[in-house]
Design a protein around this ligand. Structure first.
Ligand SMILES: CC(C)(COP(=O)(O)OP(=O)(O)OC[C@H]1O[C@@H](n2cnc3c(N)ncnc32)[C@H](O)[C@@H]1OP(=O)(O)O)[C@@H](O)C(=O)NCCC(=O)NCCS
Length: 152
């Protein structure tokens, strides 16, 4: 993700989240946060998704992942997660974590498929409606010979 991408990313962010990050927040991530790594997904030259993480020592923390609404349900989110996990391994991560709303069953199913296991709750984590966050973790393994990522 580059600074030039932020306007489009914010359109997708608004579609995807009830409390979307601002352009300034993404700008800060790309220019000031040494721990941050963000990927975009392009299809036919259009940005249709993005995801990001903070890499701190051997732990990756996914901050956000979204696919443009019109492109969901085509395994693109899954491909993006594989790329994020691959990038995390490349950058030296051994484990990867994220938070997900208790109501976001679609994302939870995606994460479970990618090897994430629920590890606890952050009570009232989401300020818009007081919803709890499920904390999920996955152990990252080395890339397999085929270049795909295996999770424990
Ligand atoms: C979560 C999100 C990134 C998934 O992307 P996607 O491209 O639609 O998902 P995929 O087509 O790659 O599906 C991957 C897996 O997710 C789950 N999933 C996807 N759509 C689903 C649906 N409508 N119902 C139930 N599970 C679903 C399934 O486990 C699916 O695997 P399967 O098809 O083998 O069962 C996308 O829905 C999104 O952008 N949501 C809004 C933002 C968001 O909630 N981000 C996560 C915040 S924690």
């Amino acid at each position: 993700m580059r600074v030039d991408d932020i306007a489009v990313i914010c359109d997708i962010e608004k579609e995807a989240f009830t409390t979307p990050w601002t352009e300034a927040a993404f700008h800060n991530e790309l220019t000031n946060n040494q721990f941050a790594h963000y990927l975009i997904m392009e299809l036919d030259g259009l940005i249709i998704g993005y995801g990001g993480m903070w890499l701190i020592l051997d732990e990756a923390h996914i901050t956000n992942i979204a696919i443009r609404a019109a492109y969901r349900g085509r395994k693109l989110g899954e491909r993006l997660m594989i790329q994020l996990q691959s990038a995390a391994v490349f950058l030296g991560a051994e484990r990867i974590t994220l938070e997900v709303r208790t109501s976001n069953v679609i994302a939870q199913r995606l994460y479970a498929k990618m090897g994430f296991i629920p590890a606890g709750l952050r009570k009232g984590y989401y300020t818009d409606n007081g919803e709890d966050a499920i904390i999920m973790w996955a152990h990252l393994r080395r890339m397999s010979e085929e270049g795909t990522l295996e999770n424990e």
